[in-house]
Every structure is written in structure tokens, then in C-alpha cells.
Ligand binder design. Structure first.
Ligand code: FE
Length: 353
């Protein structure tokens, strides 16, 4: 081999090496782009350790990190609206179909088509346009004093307007969404006039002008102020498992009664999720909702707040099972949002504070 050939060969080899180097660098850039951290940004009004555990499980399974912003439901919805298309939020989780409907109505959510969600979540527990999905169920039930009321005296929500309960009923203010959704369900099932009569009858039988939250009504029952409270099931679970012995005592002294079992069923509501209209990580948000509806996640998700799973393949917790099975209202929960303002109007007319 002559010297010239060797030099030429070296030049060729070097050029190839440089070229190869360039290619490698380019590949690295593309690769690192593919490897960018997958995330989903979630706004939620739930604040339970079990939820955090589920997000960790989800990250382990999918590699998608969950960034959680916690806050009050109305604040988070307003924030989402204010941020518009610049929002970081990919997904909203909040309690009450009335609030989920409100978020949809403000154009903050988007339709999602997912066979997994259609399979896991009954039709009446999700938005008609699949803009939100119920994930856990709560009942709004009759809670009674075990000392003074025999459950055989109880039957329906309507019966609570009977004069025999005069001065015995405790229930929170009508400014609360749970009561608005309850009345909206009666408007859906029985019509506006009957719903108004019901609200009027309850006002006539109230122990006192509404004050305090759901738990405060149970506390007043056990303090002997009244015999009956209308409240959400999970508060009884929370009080039974409370670190405050006073709450435990209250919960042990009340019974849970599921009304309207011969008729339209007991009023239920959900906490649920929707994918944000301007989600930057839409696929990851859908993945997370699907995960939360899965059999594996449902039990834990529901138990975090002593709620019932939406996924029919999953059984409720032992505490909830001990209260017995019950027939639920069979209406699409979107109706609770649709009739929300009508319900507020009726409450005003009958002077339910
Ligand atoms: Fe609540």
C-alpha cells in the first residue's frame, strides 16, 4: 500500500466516523424527545391518602407522573375557567354531578370516547356526551336516632313531610349542592309541583333553621335536638372512623335508612372526573380516568371516602355492606345539573334557608 492510499483511507474513515457521530447525535435528540417525562396534571377537591397511593400505582404501571393540585371544588372550577386555553390542567375530579355538570356547562370539559369507561361505568352515572364520568357513589339517606326511632316507622323521603315528624327533622341549608341535587332528582322523577310540596313539607317539620354541615345534623340528632337527619352515607363512615371520640359516639348512635325502596329508590350522587377542554396531555388524562374506573382501583378509590364503587364488578366495603343493599334512583345524573337552578328557585319559594 502506498502512503497516498493510506492517507486517503484515513480521510475516508474519519469522515465516516464524523458522519456516524452526527447521526448518533441526531438520534439522541429524537430519542430524548420521545423520553420526555409523561405527566398528567390533575385538579381535585379530594384529599385522601388512598388517592395518592392510587396515583403512585398508576405511575408505576404506566410511567405517567400525576401532578396534583388540590383545592375547593368551586375554586378549582373557577380557576380552570380563568386560565382558559393556557391552563396546565388536564383533568378535573370533583364531588357531585351538579358540579361536574356546571364544569361541562361552562365549556371546561371535553368528550372522551373510551370503551373501557363505557364498560366500567354505568350509563346513568356518566355524562350523556361522555364529558364527565362518575367514579364513586354516595347515597343521601335518612339517618335516625336509634334510641327514639324504630326504623319500621320510616319509609320514604315524602313521608318525612308527614305532621308526625313535626319539629323532628334536621337538614342543612339549601345553599348546599347536595340538597340542590336531591331536590333536582325529585323534580326529575315527580315533577316540579311535587318537588316544591316536598320542600315545603320539610321546612314545616324542621327542628331549627338549617345550620351546619351534614355531620352537624347527625350530632344534633344524638344530642336529642331532633330524631331524623338527611345526610350523605360517607359521613357516617367518616364519623365511625374518626379520631374524635365524640364523632364516633354520634355515628354509633344513629341508624342508616335507605328510603323509597318500594318506589323510585334512594337518591344517589357521585364524585367523578372529566378531561379538561384544553388538556395538553389528553391521552394520559384518559388513561388515568380509565385506571380509576378499573376493578383494581375502584375498591380503594371508593373506600378512601367510604363510598360505593361505580364498577359493578367491585363489591363495597364491609361497613357499607353491613348497611345492606339498596335500590337507587335510576335517573341520568346529568338531570341533577339540568334542574339545579330550578331546585334553587323552589327552595327560595318555600323559604328553606
Ligand atoms: Fe361531602
Amino acid at each position: 500500500m502506498n502512503r497516498k492510499f493510506i492517507v486517503l483511507s484515513l480521510v475516508v474513515i474519519l469522515s465516516l466516523a464524523v458522519f456516524a457521530g452526527c447521526t448518533t447525535k441526531q438520534e439522541e435528540v429524537t430519542e430524548s424527545k420521545d423520553n420526555k417525562e409523561e405527566v398528567v396534571n390533575l385538579y381535585t377537591d379530594r384529599h385522601y391518602d388512598t388517592d395518592e397511593e392510587l396515583y403512585e400505582m398508576f405511575t408505576k404501571e404506566t410511567g405517567v407522573k400525576v401532578n396534583v393540585v388540590k383545592g375547593d371544588a368551586d375554586e378549582l372550577t373557577e380557576r380552570l375557567a380563568r386560565e382558559g386555553k393556557d391552563t396546565e390542567a388536564d383533568m378535573l375530579i370533583t364531588a357531585d354531578a351538579g358540579r361536574l355538570y356546571r364544569a361541562k356547562d361552562k365549556g371546561l370539559l371535553q368528550a372522551v370516547s373510551s370503551e373501557i369507561l363505557s364498560d366500567n361505568i354505568p350509563k346513568n352515572l356518566r355524562d350523556e356526551n361522555n364529558e364527565w364520568f362518575g367514579l364513586t357513589i354516595r347515597g343521601r339517606v335518612i339517618v335516625y336516632s336509634k334510641d327514639r326511632v324504630n326504623p319500621s316507622e320510616l319509609s320514604t323521603y315524602e313521608d318525612l313531610t308527614n305532621p308526625k315528624w313535626k319539629g323532628k327533622i334536621l337538614v342543612r341549608s339549601s345553599s348546599n349542592i347536595y340538597n340542590q341535587s336531591l331536590l333536582a332528582s325529585f323534580i326529575t322523577i315527580n315533577g316540579e309541583e311535587k318537588a316544591k310540596e316536598w320542600a315545603q313539607g320539610i321546612v314545616g317539620n324542621m327542628v331549627r333553621e338549617p345550620q351546619g354541615n351534614d355531620r352537624a345534623q347527625a350530632t344534633a340528632v344524638v344530642a336529642g335536638e331532633g330524631d331524623i337527619a338527611i345526610m350523605n352515607t360517607y359521613y357516617v363512615g367518616k364519623m365511625l372512623n374518626s379520631s374524635n371520640p365524640e364523632e364516633v359516639k354520634v355515628a354509633k348512635n344513629v341508624g342508616v335508612f335507605f328510603p323509597n325502596q318500594e318506589g323510585a329508590g334512594t337518591h344517589i350522587n357521585v364524585s367523578g372526573a372529566g378531561v379538561a377542554k384544553h388538556a395538553k396531555n389528553k391521552d394520559n388524562a384518559i388513561k388515568l380516568v380509565e385506571f380509576l374506573s378499573s376493578e383494581k382501583a375502584q375498591k380503594q378509590f371508593a373506600e378512601g371516602n367510604y363510598e360505593y364503587p361505580v364498577n359493578a364488578k367491585v363489591e363495597p366495603s364491609d361497613l357499607l355492606k353491613s348497611w345492606g343493599e339498596f335500590k337507587t334512583q335510576n335517573i341520568n345524573l346529568s338531570k341533577l345539573g339540568e334542574y339545579n337552578s330550578k331546585a334553587m328557585e323552589l327552595f327560595n319559594q318555600v323559604d328553606w334557608k
